[in-house]
Design a protein around this ligand. Structure first.
Ligand code: C2E
Ligand code: MG
Ligand code: MG
Length: 312
């Protein structure tokens, strides 16, 4: 693997040229494979450096209290009450401020750090759920997103068990959200994991359905409790009549195989009316609430009547 830097554009001193050639070589290595060469490029170099810095910072963030959970309610379409709260991770970087999971989860996955981050989330979710249940939240579920790497970890199910036990939480209050891409690498293994989780009493939801392959095979073979239909599928359905027919059919089919349905990304009353009339069981989206911090989530949770009014 070769990195190339050129005099004088990439440096007018030997040390600078060698340093930049090294960085080009690193870039060549990240492209994978061998027999590869790259010329030094200032922009690429900056993004490589940024990426490396993100990895270092992410490493430090674990164990130094920089993560928080935000929560977003899922509302029962029949009663208007909150059935579930989805936990969404937030990273408060000491210098850069708030960093979205969309930015750092892919890096966390690439480096394997997502396993530790996921364990932190799972534990924090169980702890929060226990507090809300003890305050009278009834049969509330609190859900957490599980990345493919965590799900494939051999210790995953036993860690879930441990987190429940450690926080003295009944499994009925824990919900796990996994995407289709997470389960499709090894369908037999995934099927076993899902069954084991359900045996514990945990609820398992397929997240973002309609965003990827949307394969019926996985829906047929895997015993999910819930299917969450992606916002993009909904947006498409509101614009194209053929997609609308598919969305309608998807909800009906899911119900036929005893899957409950949650529609995510509901922003407008018209979207709410559409999915409610279809018989969708729960909805989630900015129309009800954006993700909020734990205190605000608790306030919303324990004032369900205001929620009912807002849903209309
Ligand atoms: P997701 O699980 O599909 O979460 C839904 C995302 O859509 C959230 O973004 C949420 O804020 C956003 N959203 C909710 N309602 C609406 C709406 O009405 N309109 C629109 N336009 N967006 C809405 P967020 O919090 O930035 O999370 C993005 C993704 O990051 C999540 O997608 C999930 O895949 C991942 N993620 C978040 N927290 C965790 C975590 O703790 N662990 C792992 N592994 N992944 C996480
Ligand atoms: Mg989710
Ligand atoms: Mg989703």
């Amino acid at each position: 693997t070769i990195g190339v830097s050129l005099f004088p554009g990439d440096g007018d001193k030997p040390a600078a040229l060698i340093e930049n050639a090294r960085s080009a070589q690193k870039h060549a290595k990240t492209l994978g494979g061998k027999n590869n060469y790259q010329f030094f490029c200032r922009e690429t170099n900056e993004s490589v450096v940024e990426q490396l810095q993100l990895e270092v910072d992410l490493h430090n963030a674990i164990g130094s209290d920089q993560f928080r959970l935000a929560f977003q309610p899922k509302i029962n379409t029949r009663t208007g009450s909150i059935n579930s709260m989805e936990a969404l991770i937030r990273w408060y970087h000491p210098e850069k401020g708030l960093i979205s999971p969309i930015t750092f989860i892919p890096t966390a996955e690439k480096t394997g750090l997502v396993v530790d981050i996921g364990r932190w989330c799972l534990n924090a979710v169980c702890k929060q759920a226990k507090q809300w249940v003890d305050k009278g939240a009834g049969d509330l579920r609190v859900s957490v997103n599980i990345s493919a790497i965590e799900f494939a970890d051999d210790e995953f199910v036993s860690y879930v068990k441990q987190a429940l036990k450690h926080n003295n939480l009944d499994a009925a209050h824990l919900e796990l959200e996994v995407t289709e891409t997470t389960v499709m690498t090894d369908i037999e293994k995934s099927s076993k994991i899902i069954d084991d989780l359900r045996l514990l009493g945990v609820t398992v939801t397929m997240d973002d359905f309609g965003a990827g392959y949307s394969s019926f095979k996985y829906l047929g073979h895997l015993n999910f409790d819930w299917i969450k239909i992606d916002r993009n599928f909904l947006l498409d359905a509101t614009r194209h009549s053929r997609t609308k027919t598919l969305y309608d059919g998807m909800v009906a089919m899911a119900h036929e195989i005893e899957l409950k349905v949650v529609s995510e990304g509901i922003e407008k009353q018209s979207e709410y009316n559409y999915v409610k009339n279809l018989g969708v069981d729960e909805i989630q989206g900015y129309m009800i609430s954006k993700p909020v911090d734990a205190l605000e989530a608790e306030r919303i949770l324990f004032s369900k009547n205001t929620q009912r009014k807002r849903v209309g």
